[in-house]
Write a protein that binds this ligand. Structure first.
Ligand SMILES: Cc1cc2nc3c(=O)[nH]c(=O)nc-3n(C[C@H](O)[C@H](O)[C@H](O)COP(=O)(O)O)c2cc1C
Length: 337
């Protein structure tokens, strides 16, 4: 199938990404590794490796392994607070990675320049949580933006996708490349955002349990059983300890996170840690908990990060089939307009 209307609306996105369909699979720590990333890119989408807390050596190996599985373009997602961010950028540059996604906050000074100024002058994609920050990021050199609503899985902001889209797309999408993420499970929603001016979309939850995903079978089963209301945002228990909320399926791990926050807040009280360290401990907690769920299949105590679109994930399907379904649904919706 050709999807002419969809392809026309995705044209700017596909030209920028160098792929056939402007559907990115957002980086998911532990999930977005060589197998899923190469499958997405081979299916015509745009895969993104989740670097997470990887060392430069591990990222180097992951990129090399992904390149061995696909000749198509893919990106790398780097977390801005990673202590070796500039070494990781260097690894991406050495491999000729064309697109680097910077997640986890405002890019530190020099990072955008380092990515664009490397041997391959890669493109920089940033997350924009508000219109003001979106404009600032574009002024600082971001080549494209992702706007991600609170329906998404993983770390989330406070605003919904539909509101962010209304606030940001009419202002910026004509002149700039904006990809919409959060809560997208069907092609009909993609059609809507493309018509509002988005250059493409980013999905995570819908791809997490694809056949090619290495996530543990029990992690996948939990997704297939869950409905939208099971994907809940974590709550902050102590006003002094600001934690970025995480959306995940409700389980014992959700309660354990509350206990972890109380423990870390106590350490702050006793001045055993400073704020930066306390927040880092919280982030390490999430990384460990997600690994336990994705890799070990600990669906009770681990973190089952998932967006509200989890209710639309019903069975294991190959990535190519998911992409084809999304494109067909989008095309059908556009054809009916
Ligand atoms: C299990 C899981 C892990 C994630 N890990 C990351 C991450 O490491 N870095 C990141 O930028 N986003 C991460 N995300 C967010 C995704 O990249 C993507 O933007 C999001 O899933 C899109 O919303 P959706 O889940 O509603 O499709 C994660 C999402 C999930 C579900």
């Amino acid at each position: 199938m050709d999807y002419p209307k969809t392809r026309r609306l995705m044209q700017r996105g596909t030209d920028f990404l160098g792929c056939e369909t402007a559907i990115l699979c957002g980086a998911m720590s532990w999930v977005s590794e060589r197998n899923l990333v190469s499958a997405i890119s081979n299916a015509g989408g745009f895969g993104v490796i989740a670097c997470g807390a990887m060392t430069p050596e591990l990222l180097d190996a992951e990129i090399a392994a992904t390149k061995a599985m696909t000749h198509r373009p893919f990106g790398v997602n780097l977390i801005t607070m990673h202590p070796q961010l500039f070494d990781l950028i260097e690894v991406c540059s050495r491999h000729g990675v064309g697109h680097v996604v910077l997640a986890g906050g405002i890019p530190p000074k020099g990072s955008v320049e380092a990515i664009k100024g490397g041997a391959t002058s890669a493109k920089v994609i940033c997350f924009a949580p508000t219109l003001a920050l979106a404009k600032k990021l574009l002024r600082s050199g971001a080549d494209a933006l992702v706007i991600e609503g609170m329906e998404a899985g993983g770390h989330i902001g406070p605003v919904s996708t539909s509101v962010l889209a209304q606030e940001i797309l009419p202002e910026l999408a004509e002149e700039h490349l904006v990809f919409v993420a959060g809560g997208i499970g069907k092609g009909q929603a993609i059609a809507g955002y493309l018509e509002m001016g988005a250059a493409g979309v980013q999905l995570g939850t819908r791809f997490a349990c694809a056949t090619e995903s290495i996530a543990h079978p029990d992690f996948k089963k939990a997704f297939f059983r869950a409905s939208a209301r099971d994907a809940v945002a974590s709550v902050q228990v102590d006003a002094r300890l600001p934690v970025i909320p995480v959306r995940a399926l409700r389980n014992k791990g959700t309660e354990a996170f509350t206990a972890k926050q109380i423990e870390v807040a106590g350490m702050l009280d006793r001045e055993e840690v400073v704020m930066g360290e306390a927040q880092l401990q919280i982030e390490h907690y999430w990384a460990g908990a997600l690994r336990r769920a994705v890799i070990d299949g600990d669906v009770e105590g681990g973190s089952l990060m998932a967006g509200q679109s989890v209710g639309m994930v019903k069975e294991e399907e190959p990535v190519a089939q998911i992409v084809a379904t999304l494109m067909a649904e989008c095309e059908e919706a556009l054809a009916r307009r």
